[in-house]
Design a protein around this ligand. Structure first.
Ligand SMILES: Cc1cc2nc3c(=O)[nH]c(=O)nc-3n(C[C@H](O)[C@H](O)[C@H](O)COP(=O)(O)O)c2cc1C
Length: 340
């Protein structure tokens, strides 16, 4: 169905400002009647049973998940699994609701299959998401696939109070989210990436893990870190008892672009792939099979997903490929992986 409809829908969405198109699509999904999800589910299909896997104790329906940032406030949670995602990550949410950066702040680079964004964690706050998750659980509408929540630092919180900010959100969401991701790698919150320092994280992560009370916690890294930095943080994550690594977030580099639109923010999609691939490999080598690594960055085809899984990734996530290739991409990747 999506393979037939998205070629018609995409030009309409792409004729709109990127963020407006995103909001329009997301709001539509959030109010979509249940039968839409039913039809989507029939056409996208659940991942084949042979693709189900356990990662850090989480039962993924398939290895392809929704990356953080697309549904920050979790407004379309019941819909995502019907598109065939094996797991879904909401957020980034912060302890304080915040508006994010001034608009425009999301840009498509259509010829490059890329997006630049400097959203700045626009979200309604972790309290609001916790309420939404509680209602889904209490009403019996919790998805059949794991739902993670990606947590970041509020802009108004000073860097030296970052730990409390992450802990506040973790406490609110504990018992509701199936897993957490500690996001210290977005380029759009001033100073956030400085938290990727080994000594800083060595202090920050244990209280967050304590607040998570056994819920798996992943660490999401930037592709702009030096190799030793990535390896150091993977070792640290293992030492303190994190459940895995997500590599990678968007890049601030632009040298791989054919045409640089000169917009600040994080670059994702096709041009990110080689850099993310490198970061993922460094993480895999450092983890040496003892800590799961979830690969993300520039996946637009089943072949690219397969390459990461073959390299040793426990699972993968997609964001920009979903925007360019449409909702049918996830079912297609899973089908091609299963047919192998
Ligand atoms: C518009 C946009 C917003 C994003 N917001 C977040 C976010 O809030 N938190 C986060 O951890 N990653 C965020 N990301 C990064 C994605 O989760 C992903 O790591 C990155 O885009 C690379 O994957 P891709 O090439 O498949 O998009 C965002 C990406 C985009 C394009």
């Amino acid at each position: 169905m999506f393979d037939l409809t998205y070629p018609v829908v995409r030009p309409i969405l792409f004729s709109m400002d990127a963020e407006r198109a995103h909001e329009f699509a997301l709001n539509t999904l959030s109010i979509a009647p249940r039968w839409w999800a039913g039809i989507a589910s029939i056409t996208s299909g659940k991942p084949h049973a042979s693709l189900a896997r356990e990662v850090a104790g989480l039962k993924l329906a398939g290895p392809v998940g929704l990356a953080a940032g697309l549904d920050k406030d979790g407004i379309a949670i019941p819909f995502w699994p019907s598109l065939g995602f094996g797991f879904i990550e909401m957020g980034t949410v912060t302890a304080h609701a915040q508006a994010g950066n001034p608009k425009p702040r999301m840009f498509r680079l259509v010829d490059e299959g890329a997006i630049i964004n400097r959203m700045g964690f626009n979200n309604h706050g972790s309290e609001d998401l916790a309420k939404r998750l509680r209602v889904l659980r209490e009403d019996g509408h919790w998805p059949t696939v794991p739902v993670g929540v990606n947590i970041g630092k509020s802009k108004i919180t000073p860097l030296d109070e970052a730990t409390e900010d992450y802990v506040t959100s973790t406490v609110r969401l504990q018992g509701l989210a199936d897993y957490f991701t500690v996001n210290v790698s977005s380029p759009n919150t001033p100073g956030l990436r400085s938290l990727q320092d080994r000594d800083v994280l060595a202090d920050m992560l244990p209280p967050i893990l304590e607040a998570a009370k056994g819920t798996p916690v992943f660490l999401k890294l930037a592709p702009d870190l030096a190799d030793e930095g990535v390896a150091d943080l993977v070792h640290l994550a293992r030492e303190v008892g994190m459940s895995g690594i997500i590599a990678s977030n968007t890049t601030i580099r632009r040298d791989m672009l054919q045409l640089d639109p000169n917009e600040g923010g994080g670059l994702s999609g096709r041009p990110l792939k080689p850099l993310a691939r490198h970061c993922i490999q460094v993480a895999l080598d450092a983890a040496s099979g003892k800590l799961p690594v979830i690969g993300v960055g520039g996946i637009h085809t089943a072949e690219q997903a397969r390459e990461l899984l073959d390299a040793g990734c426990a699972a993968v996530q997609v964001y920009t490929g979903f925007i360019y290739k449409g909702p049918g991409l996830i079912g297609r990747i899973h089908r091609e992986l299963a047919a192998r």
